[in-house]
Write a protein that binds this ligand. Structure first.
Ligand SMILES: *[C@@H]1O[C@H](CO)[C@@H](O)[C@H](O)[C@H]1NC(C)=O
Ligand SMILES: *[C@@H]1O[C@H](CO)[C@@H](O)[C@H](O)[C@H]1NC(C)=O
Ligand SMILES: *[C@@H]1O[C@H](CO)[C@@H](O)[C@H](O)[C@H]1NC(C)=O
Length: 505
């Protein structure tokens, strides 16, 4: 029991440490760049898009990303047989839609001795008009890749490159690179798991390590909203952890405005398996098994929240207020409190969904105690207003200033209602399509986030059949598909105007 109490306490301390104010970010070592040359990239997984039939299947992604201010997709490729087909579609669609793309070699699949093959692959796509060039050079990036034979790569590419790999300080040779991508967009223990009190590496800590290693060369700063992955024994490896996320998406964008790096990379557009997608659920893709924690969990509100931040970053402004085009409320939360037990055989559990006994997932995700039982709200306001949150039977009222502000309210089981009022008038209000429940949806731990917006979107973003293919595989309980906004969902849909239950705190 004491051990248990200490464990929880450690988690709380870790959470507190990690939420230190953004004002502590040091900008003293940052290389300044002039406004106008800043670019925003977004990491895009080609490995799950083998079901796309033509370049038009990429158009929605290209158009949507461009509309929000993203300049280029970093096309993450492995060595699958369909890679070239899909790269051609993506490059063609980007050219058609005025977007830029570049290849990001994933060294989970490529090896560092393959410099010539990598150079040849770069050359194959270098002449597309949609190929991103920086300083007139073909831009290339990677996931991992320390030790790559850069000379062989450059020789085979037959031209000088703007090489911006995900080398690691102290491991890769930064003299071989023109820039570098830091992948670690989440606080960690320094060893690819959630932080502990003893071992905490913040995102600004890793910014500093990269900026120092780059010695004045431009930096690709990572931005990510979330991290939860829950692959178990159904794949050949176990991959089951969270990085503390909560208000990370908001706080990181504030850091980016202060840091003013030359490049920013959003991680990711469509890596559903790690829950950090900001692209639509409906974006065509195959199911890698992640539909179990991705179904009914749209994230499009996160892209909407980022829009004024992206505009401010590119303008070199530390203030996002002038870039708010439309007043909005963006909210997110996990679907269950963190103490819900999905491995129970406990007879006190009443819901059948609670009895996931024997499910083949590897139990509660590592780091679960670093997530808070809170509902997170970001208000995008042109002038001050009140933000109302009703989470189950818990209510909160916040007096929000003009600009982009974040709030967190205690999580309550039940319906989730939000409103903005100003001078006694309701500006926006609505009930989320997703309730918070005290049982395990589909019988599994789900630490992904549901993201909603006010005004609510006119259509509900849903996984397509190919993205749901493995939904029920291995599950021990029934898992109804695409329940948001259907009669089987318990919440009312669309807008409601119930604000009377909100109270001031
Ligand atoms: C592209 O493929 C999709 C199926 O993935 C199909 O619906 C669409 O009609 C095709 N478009 C063109 C222009 O061939
Ligand atoms: C939970 O499921 C297991 C395995 O299917 C079963 O043996 C057990 O009786 C169930 N327990 C309850 C409380 O329903
Ligand atoms: C609030 O909701 C929780 C969870 O449903 C319930 O246990 C509690 O009794 C409720 N409190 C009040 C004051 O209604």
């Amino acid at each position: 029991m004491l051990a248990r109490v200490l464990f929880v306490l450690v988690g709380l301390l870790a959470a507190l440490t990690m939420t230190s104010p953004v004002s502590t970010v040091s900008t003293s070592t940052v290389t300044t760049s002039t406004a106008g040359d800043k670019l925003v990239f977004c990491h895009f997984m080609i490995g799950i898009t083998s079901n796309r039939q033509n370049s038009s299947d990429y158009d929605d992604d290209m158009q949507r990303a461009k509309a929000f201010g993203i300049d280029a997709f970093a096309l993450n490729i492995g060595t699958d047989s369909y890679t070239d087909t899909q790269l051609q579609y993506a490059y063609t669609s980007a050219a058609k839609n005025g977007m830029k793309v570049f290849i990001s070699f994933d060294f989970n699949w490529w090896s560092t001795g393959q410099g010539s093959a990598i150079g040849a692959k770069i050359k194959q796509y270098a002449s597309y008009s949609s190929q991103l060039k920086v300083d007139g050079k073909v831009f290339v990036s990677s996931f991992s890749g320390d030790g790559l034979d850069v000379a062989a790569m450059t020789a085979a590419a037959g031209q000088s490159l703007f090489f911006a790999p995900n080398f690691h300080p102290g491991e890769g040779n930064f003299n071989d690179a023109q820039s570098a991508l830091n992948w670690m967009a989440w606080p960690s223990n320094g060893d690819n798991k959630a932080p502990t009190v003893k071992n905490l590496v913040t995102v600004p800590d890793s910014d500093k390590a990269y900026i120092d290693a780059l010695g004045g060369k431009p930096y690709i700063a990572p931005v990510s909203a979330w991290f939860f992955t829950h692959f178990g024994s159904e794949v050949s490896y176990s991959k089951n952890w969270v990085f503390p996320s909560d208000l990370l998406w908001y706080r990181r964008w504030r850091q980016i405005l202060a840091l003013k790096p030359r490049f920013v990379e959003i991680i990711t557009w469509n890596d559903y398996g790690e829950s950090h997608y900001i692209g639509p659920l409906s974006s065509p893709h195959t199911d890698d098994g992640s539909s179990k924690w991705v179904m009914d969990m749209p994230h499009d509100g996160w892209l909407e929240m980022a829009k004024p931040f992206i505009a401010a970053y590119k303008a070199g402004s530390t203030v996002a207020l002038p870039y708010i085009e439309e007043e909005k409320l963006v909210y997110w939360y996990r679907p269950t409190p963190r103490d819900v037990n999905c491995d129970a055989t406990d007879t006190t559990m009443t819901s059948s969904a609670n009895n996931a006994s024997g499910n083949f997932f590897s139990g509660k995700p590592d780091g679960w105690e670093t997530m808070k039982d809170e509902v997170f709200v970001v208000a995008l306001l042109k002038s001050p207003a009140e933000v109302h949150v009703q989470s189950g039977n818990k209510t909160r009222l916040f007096r929000a200033p003009a600009g982009i502000s974040s709030w967190s309210a205690p999580m309550g089981v039940g319906q989730q209602k939000f409103a903005i009022t100003r001078r006694g008038k309701t500006v926006l209000s609505g009930t989320s399509l997703k309730d918070i429940v005290d049982y395990c949806v589909c019988g599994i731990y789900n630490f992904n986030a549901y993201v909603g917006t006010l005004p609510a979107p006119s259509t509900i973003d849903r996984l397509q059949p190919a993205g749901l293919a493995l939904l029920s595989q291995g599950l021990k309980v029934a898992c109804p598909t695409n329940t948001l906004g259907t009669s089987s969902a318990s919440s009312s849909s669309g807008m409601s105007t119930s604000t009377s239950t909100c109270t001031s705190t």
